[in-house]
Write a protein that binds this ligand. Structure first.
Ligand SMILES: O=C(O)CCC(=O)C(=O)O
Ligand SMILES: [Fe+2]
Length: 311
């Protein structure tokens, strides 16, 4: 059965009419938790370079990729390593990925991020770091508008230390595109909601992304999300849902295999691990008391990762 295509609002991040942008964001977050942003300031050519770099990386021999196997949540994860839907028994998702964490995170041994060597992929690190900084900037501007959309001060999330510094991860994704031959249903990415605050997603134009707007209703109805050139797809994560007492919706999504190879780049903008996520004053009152107890962002994320990776 063909899925319906979802019409999502397009928010202009550079609009001179900020009030109307803020209003549209609020509407989008209440209704669906997904929308597009344009004029976000991230260079389109740079995004193309990132997608190209991603293709080069995933084409490396597996031995080369395994040298950068995921440690401290940074580096390479193999095909079928993840099962985003812990309730399903499938073999895992048909995708491989590469994670890049905060650029300044250091240990005594040096940077936590792992990088392919300059000889193998020249300027690769520079391209990814440049992109990381540009998307982070777009994300922080968007968060200010989201704060306004929640009737908070524009600087609210800075003031509570969420971005001091933020915990943001760039994730390159590759869906190989072969359709599985077994009877078992395989997904590119199985049904999940993102864990953090917001996600800024860019993709190469190959379809497959779907959302389910009513996560509690059965049967689940999935709708296609179209890719718009130059726009980011934004979605609200579970921590933002928690912060807003479920006023803003963190929506289930998945990637279906289409038989075509697909590359995407997700940027997860999450609060500092020490930042406490607790019901916002503007999101509760006597008749709608807080549904969740306060929790530190780092603690919340650790719990979620344990379920995803089964470790
Ligand atoms: O590749 C995509 O389009 C979506 C990826 C995704 O949902 C995720 O990594 O959380
Ligand atoms: Fe996701």
């Amino acid at each position: 059965m063909m899925a319906k295509t979802l019409q999502l609002p397009i928010i202009d991040l550079a609009s001179s009419d900020r009030r109307s942008a803020v209003h549209s964001i609020r509407q989008a977050c209440l209704e669906c938790g997904f929308f597009y942003i344009i004029n976000h300031g991230v260079d389109e050519k740079l995004l193309q370079k990132v997608l190209q770099g991603s293709k080069l990386f995933f084409s490396l021999p597996i031995e080369e990729k395994m040298k950068l196997a995921r440690k401290e949540h940074r580096g390479y994860t193999t095909l079928y390593a993840e099962n985003l839907d812990p309730s399903s028994t499938s073999t895992g998702d048909s995708k491989e990925s590469f994670y890049i964490g905060p650029l300044e995170d250091m240990t005594a041994d040096g940077q936590l991020n792992q990088w392919p060597s300059e000889e193998v992929l020249p300027s690769w690190r520079f391209t990814m770091e440049d992109y990381y900084k540009q998307v982070l900037n777009a994300g922080e501007r968007l968060i200010s508008l989201i704060a306004l959309a929640l009737n908070l001060e524009e600087s609210f999330f800075y003031d509570i230390g969420a971005f001091n510094p933020p915990n943001a991860f760039l994730r390159l994704l590759h869906y190989p595109g072969e359709l599985g031959s077994s009877d078992e249903e395989t997904f590119g990415a199985s049904a999940h909601s993102d864990y953090g605050m917001i996600t800024l997603l860019a993709a190469d134009g190959v379809g497959g992304l779907q959302v389910c707007r009513e996560k509690l209703e059965e049967p689940r109805i999935w709708e296609d999300v179209h890719y718009i050139t130059g726009a980011f797809i934004i979605n609200i994560g579970d921590m933002m849902e928690r912060w807003t007492n479920c006023l803003f919706r963190s929506t289930l999504h998945r990637v279906m295999p289409t038989g075509q190879e697909r590359y995407s780049v997700a940027f997860f903008l999450d609060p500092n691990p020490d930042c406490v996520v607790e019901c916002l004053k503007s999101c509760c009152n006597e008749s709608t008391p807080p549904r969740f107890s306060p929790i530190r962002s780092g603690e919340y994320l650790n719990e979620r990762f344990k379920l995803t990776y089964g470790a």
